[in-house]
Design a binder for this molecule. Structure first.
Ligand SMILES: *Cc1c(COP(=O)(O)O)cnc(C)c1O
Length: 429
């Protein structure tokens, strides 16, 4: 399979090059040249397949034979070494819990898959490279964990200073070894802009920089597994399925749209955002106009210019009408998020994190329009990652002692940088 740059369809590279470069030299995102739907028999029999089998069938066309079948199966096995359960919350409303991985956010799957691919390619070539990654909170921890101890790979994480939770910051700054962390005096969008700039800087070429954000094809593609797993669990209810994703950089929901392109029977997607509402505004007025990033309690979604939205547009050939038939976007305030988090905890006895709560709000709103449907929202992070805000919201003192203690004793180590030049200097050192 070849991948083309969304800035220039003539520029095509192999899967390996797309993974290693992260972003095309013209700054375009890579996109698969062909997408072939899976046979309907696959969906007819999906409940009889293991998660690993489902994942392999879905992703095989994008990766083999560059990574041979047996190696790909091994990477999938290591990627999916934890549970991804569906919890029933109320009538026709389910939560797909994606936080049972090592860093307790859904990004573990993408990060581990990517690390498996990059290690495979590096191992064959004895090459050294640096993974440079911007994080709004959870990506950095997942990537650090996925690459910790990888022999030929250094990881440099950029995060917006003061805009991630204490738990997240500990995951970013306490690992050491081949993991280095930079706190940027700015927003996530600033971090993302610095990363993009570094990729096109010839002074850094010898560093073999690669991205591990969802702009990287190896992080983005495996996220489609979630949607297939959710369907496998919910198919038995025989109702049209609505999926709501808490959306920031729009990688996750874009992978859902890809799964639909493979034939997955999802009747509707809801992109649920916090106050950073560039996409909901775009769907209303057709104008894509990012504004300044707003800090919210669902900080991993504090993104005003979502990188992957362009991939979703490509999946719909830029046909806005076809797109809006399948896709709705809603934005919610922190007040609405806190209110629903409290209600669901008190009434349904289910503790959501602020991101899951935003997705729950979007799902409920969409279900009102489709009374015969059922819906699943993606619960993308464990509540422990946002304990301060949850306890403040619920006026409670919930604890997860077994989870918080080991990290809280470690010293946070990070370099503070104000701009691109500072980061470049750090990378060259
Ligand atoms: C990254 C993240 C999101 C947003 O996912 P995108 O793919 O960037 O849209 C949502 N929730 C949590 C907990 C996250 O870490």
């Amino acid at each position: 399979m070849k991948y083309y740059s969304l800035n220039n369809k003539q520029h095509k590279v192999s899967f390996e090059n797309a993974v290693i470069q992260g972003l095309a030299p013209d700054s375009g995102l890579y996109f698969p040249e062909n997408i072939t739907a899976l046979p309907s028999s696959f969906f007819d029999k999906i409940e009889g397949l293991s998660n690993e089998e489902i994942a392999f069938k879905a992703i095989e066309q994008f990766i083999t034979p560059e990574i041979p079948e047996t190696d790909l199966k091994q990477i999938i096995k290591e990627t999916l070494s934890f549970d991804l359960p569906v919890a029933a919350i109320e009538n026709n409303v389910f939560s797909l819990e994606l936080f049972h991985g090592p860093t307790m956010a859904f990004k573990d799957v993408g990060a581990r898959f990517m690390s498996g691919c990059l290690n495979y390619f590096n191992h064959n070539q004895q090459k050294k490279s640096t993974v440079l990654v911007a994080t709004s909170g959870d990506t950095g921890g997942a990537v650090a964990n996925g690459f910790l101890g990888s022999e030929n790979i250094d990881v440099v994480i950029l995060y917006p200073m003061g805009k991630v939770s204490d738990f997240q910051e500990r995951q970013l700054t306490t690992l050491g070894h081949n993991i280095k962390t930079i706190a940027i005096n700015g927003s996530f969008d600033d971090c993302q802009a610095i990363v993009k700039k570094a990729f096109t800087d010839i002074d850094l070429k010898h560093k073999n920089l690669t991205s591990a954000n969802s702009i990287n094809i190896a992080r983005w593609l495996p996220q489609m597994f979630y949607f297939l797993f959710a369907y496998k669990e919910l198919k038995k209810y025989k109702k049209p399925l609505i999926v709501s994703c808490p959306s920031g950089n729009f990688g996750n929901i874009c992978a859902g749209v890809l799964a639909k392109r493979l034939g997955l029977p999802v009747s509707h997607f809801v992109a649920s955002t916090n106050a950073n509402n560039t996409v909901p505004r775009f769907l209303k007025n057709g104008i894509y106009e990012p504004s300044a990033t707003i800090a919210t309690i669902s900080n991993a979604m504090d993104v005003s210019d979502p990188s992957n939205f362009i991939r979703i547009r490509e999946l719909y050939n830029n046909d806005l009408k076809a797109f809006s038939n399948d896709f709705t976007a809603y934005s919610f305030t922190d007040e609405e998020t806190k209110k629903v988090l409290t209600e669901v905890y008190k009434i349904k006895n289910y503790l959501m994190d602020p991101h899951g709560a935003v997705a729950y709000l979007g799902l409920k709103k969409e279900l009102e329009k489709h009374p015969g449907s059922m819906g699943v929202f993606l619960e993308t992070a464990h509540p422990v990652k946002f304990l301060e805000i949850i306890n403040e919201t619920l006026n409670s003192d919930i604890e997860f002692p077994e989870i918080t203690n080991p990290l809280s004793e470690k010293e946070k180590i990070m370099k503070i940088c104000n701009n691109y030049e500072d980061v470049k200097h750090f990378l060259l050192k």
